[in-house]
Ligand binder design. Structure first.
Ligand SMILES: *[C@@H]1O[C@H](CO)[C@@H](O)[C@H](O)[C@H]1NC(C)=O
Length: 470
């Protein structure tokens, strides 16, 4: 039978498609967009919902014979509990954005103390003012220290482009000050509104300023137990310092939060995927702002044209930090800045906290084996939390890691670990004030000599032990 009426099947399909109302199409697109966003932002709301908003168990990694674990960490309830993120921040990206944009930071007042380093650099130490001090008409820094100088002091090392004003730093400072411990934020050079007063800034593998500050506080308050917390790049620097100096650190307890561990792995990670490059750009943006503030010094040391053109973090590292650290290539600079290389040498109780969904300091860089092989280290990892936030509660005004560190330090302080306040010798026994002279005599354009020292500072691994004190 002849059937001339039969149209092309495609035409039929089109006719049928046109019969579907536009609103249905819109609805379809909306669903696709939501599914896309849900995955793109790594949202875990449904997962949290189906597990009854109980959160996920915190995972602890440590050596089976670790005294730190058995004496201290085993008594920390928070580390043996679960972490549940704020339900409306159930994505590492939302968390990270929120801590840096809004932060919900408590009100913290500081009193600033300026410290001059051996090379003429200026460090701003911001001491948290306790509520009862505010009423006093005039208070000096020494008054700001509670009691008789035997009260513990907590030193906070902020992350890249952060200072005492950053939300997460304030969360930690506020919590610690509540215990009436003395809290001091050790701002990086040029951060927190101070100028660079020598031809030197800071980079992620350099420990000079941490050593200076710790030594200064130890000499000033010999009876006060010193605790120290490093966050992000500050955690990398802290682990470096602890690993380099081994038993010669007057620290009672330390915590490394969201450390990059291995900048090379993090660099590769930040180049991958759709969303990571945004972070790399945001980091570069913060670094460039820092560079513009200190153009005179940074343009003298680094490659200013490169700094101005930096779009990604790696570009900035190449144009500024790599040159400061005197490394031939930016990858060499990254390789030498791996704190995972020295975590095995840490001799004081160290708690490390990282989120497995950290969008900047990827979990690929976490040195699981090294942490497991050193009895002085306990590593706590959570499924969620992002880079530094770990918001919890409906109002998102509490950070999980801040509570965890607070409990850990408290248990540590009351345990036998902290009792013997050991004598600390500083390397080759030189008794000069701040001691650390990585780059003296570097005034003017001549920084060849200085960078030679820092190269030693960057030698990976054990050889450092001898190189660090000039
Ligand atoms: C635990 O520490 C001991 C010695 O302190 C070491 O021999 C052992 O290899 C470590 N265990 C792991 C799993 O690294």
């Amino acid at each position: 039978m002849d059937s001339p009426a039969v149209e092309s099947p495609y035409e039929l399909l089109l006719t049928a498609a046109l019969l579907i109302p536009t609103t249905h199409y819109l609805l379809g697109f909306l669903v696709i967009a939501i599914v896309f966003l849900y995955n793109f932002l790594e949202i875990h709301f449904l997962r949290d919902l189906f597990t009854g908003f109980r959160g996920q168990q915190v995972e602890l990694t440590f050596n089976a014979s670790s005294k730190l674990y058995h004496d201290v960490v085993s008594k920390c309830k928070i580390l043996h509990g679960r972490y549940l993120s704020t339900p409306w921040l159930c994505s590492p990206h939302l968390q990270t954005l929120f801590i840096h944009r809004f932060g919900n930071a408590p009100l913290v007042n500081y009193r600033r103390q300026l410290l001059t380093t051996a090379d003429g650099g200026t460090l701003a130490l911001d001491w948290v003012i306790h509520d009862d001090d505010v009423k006093k008409p005039t208070v000096t820094v020494d008054d700001a220290l509670q009691h008789d100088g035997e009260n513990p002091i907590i030193i906070i090392i902020p992350g890249l482009s952060s200072d005492s004003d950053s939300a997460y730093v304030k969360h930690l400072a506020f919590k610690m000050a509540k215990r009436s411990w003395n809290v001091v934020v050790s701002n990086h050079r040029g951060c927190g509104g101070v100028s660079l007063t020598s031809d030197w800034f800071y980079h992620g593998g350099w420990t000079g300023d941490i050593r200076t500050v710790v030594k200064h506080l130890h000499i000033q308050y010999p009876k006060a137990p010193l605790f120290i917390v490093g966050t992000s790049i500050g955690a990398n620097m802290l682990v470096f310092y602890l690993g380099e100096d081994g038993v010669n650190v007057p620290i009672t307890g330390a915590a490394a939060i969201c450390s990059p561990w291995d900048p090379l792995i993090c660099d590769r990670f930040l180049k991958r995927g759709f969303i990571q490059p945004f972070y790399s750009r945001a980091l570069a943006f913060g670094l460039k702002r820092y560079a513009y503030l200190h153009k005179a010094v940074i343009s003298r040391i680094g490659n200013w044209e490169g700094v101005e053109k930096s779009r990604y973090c790696r570009d900035f590292d190449d144009s500024a930090f790599r040159i400061l650290a005197d490394c031939k290539t930016v990858d060499t600079y990254y390789r030498c800045g791996c704190s995972s290389n020295v975590v095995g040498n840490v001799m004081v109780p160290l708690l490390c906290i990282s989120a497995l969904d950290d969008p900047i300091c990827t979990n690929e860089a976490i040195p699981w084996d090294e942490c497991r092989s050193n009895g002085n280290v306990v590593l706590a990892t959570t499924q969620h939390g992002g880079h530094l936030p770990f918001f919890e509660g409906l109002t998102a005004n509490s950070l999980w890691w801040v509570r965890a560190v607070d409990e850990y330090f408290t248990v540590l302080q009351s345990s036998l670990w902290s009792n013997p306040k050991k004598e600390v010798s500083y390397g080759n026994g030189k008794k000069d004030g701040n001691g650390i002279q990585h780059h003296e005599g570097t005034n003017g354009i001549q920084h060849h000599e200085g960078t030679k020292h820092t190269e030693e500072d960057l030698i990976c691994g054990q050889e450092k032990q001898n190189a660090k004190m000039d």
